[in-house]
Ligand binder design. Structure first.
Ligand code: AMP
Length: 286
């Protein structure tokens, strides 16, 4: 496995491989790797001849007062995980490599970024699309792998690739969960044992909502109100949002029919946790 730190070194390494017709799969991450990230690497390993992963804690997607400084950076462990998953190249750039002094260009996707996390983290998705656009231009992958865990991010990136007419296939892989149901996240490390137990209420509420919708009880107002009650009953928390939206457009729904995304973001102690389930409720919109 090669660990490369500069754009020039990465391009020099990948260009001949790409010219030789090798299919390049790319997994962008912020490190602190867990089974969720590994599942993306495994999918890339199956489908592509060359697997590139990046580890870059992107400052522009963090707002003021968010956890950029304290975000975990266990680099040696992360490199070992990449090696175990058969990654060919790990790109680990410094901030100045991706944002050279004087850089002022931003990539911004409208509409899809307005609701859900976009409403609560102003500028977050501009940071995400800007860094992913830069990484795509550096790596020039054939396929790029993202997790359903960050459903809005995956939808936004899909839209960006479509709008900018880039020949990159976006693959979205299922959310990987702990044995008890909690969605894996690098931020779970911020939770105390007590908060970790409490956090289980999120996947439980989503699972409950899925059952309701699948059995035809699709009143969104009722579903989200009951989820709120369940989550608040589990312990102290701050709910950013609990919503049922259209799985493709991310527009809010009043009735859960068609392909729905039930999504939430909740702060428990120091961690802002997000999770979602996709439900195909049939009926109109199918
Ligand atoms: P991050 O390091 O948080 O930027 O995440 C890098 C990629 O891993 C993103 O595409 C995430 O959606 C994906 N990811 C994070 N957690 C999970 C998970 N539990 N299951 C599947 N994919 C995940």
């Amino acid at each position: 496995m090669r660990k490369l730190e500069t754009v020039a070194a990465l391009r020099t390494h990948l260009q001949p491989l790409s010219r030789a017709g090798k299919r390049i799969g790319f997994v962008p991450t912020m490190g602190a790797l867990h089974e969720g990230h590994r599942s993306l690497m495994r999918a890339a390993r199956k489908e592509c001849e060359i697997v590139v992963a990046s580890i870059f804690v992107n400052p522009t997607q963090f707002g003021p007062g968010e956890d950029f400084e304290k975000y975990p950076r266990p680099l040696e462990k992360d490199l070992a995980a990449c090696r175990e998953e058969g990654v060919d190249v790990v790109f680990v750039p410094e901030v100045g490599e991706i944002y050279p002094p004087g850089a002022v260009t931003r990539v911004s996707v409208a509409r899809l970024t307005e609701g859900l996390c976009g409403r609560h983290r102003p500028g977050h998705f501009d940071g995400v699309t800007t860094v992913v656009a830069k990484l795509f231009n550096i790596v020039q992958p054939d396929k790029a792998y993202f997790g359903q865990k960050d459903a809005q991010q995956a939808a936004v990136i899909r839209q960006m690739v479509r709008d900018l007419i880039w020949p990159i296939q976006i693959v979205v892989c299922p959310t990987v969960r702990e044995g008890d149901g909690l969605a894996m996240s690098s931020r779970n490390a911020y939770l105390s044992p007590e908060q970790r137990r409490q956090a289980l209420c999120l996947s439980k509420a989503l699972h409950w909502a899925q059952g309701q919708i699948e059995t035809g009880r699709g009143d969104v107002q009722k579903i989200t109100a009951a989820m709120r009650e369940q989550i608040e009953a589990a312990g102290p928390c701050e709910i950013d949002y609990i919503e049922v939206v259209d799985a493709e457009t991310l527009e809010p729904k009043t009735s859960a029919v068609g392909r729905c995304l039930v999504a939430l973001a909740v702060r428990i102690g120091p961690a802002r946790l997000i999770d979602n389930v996709l439900v195909d409720a049939g009926g109109a919109g199918r």
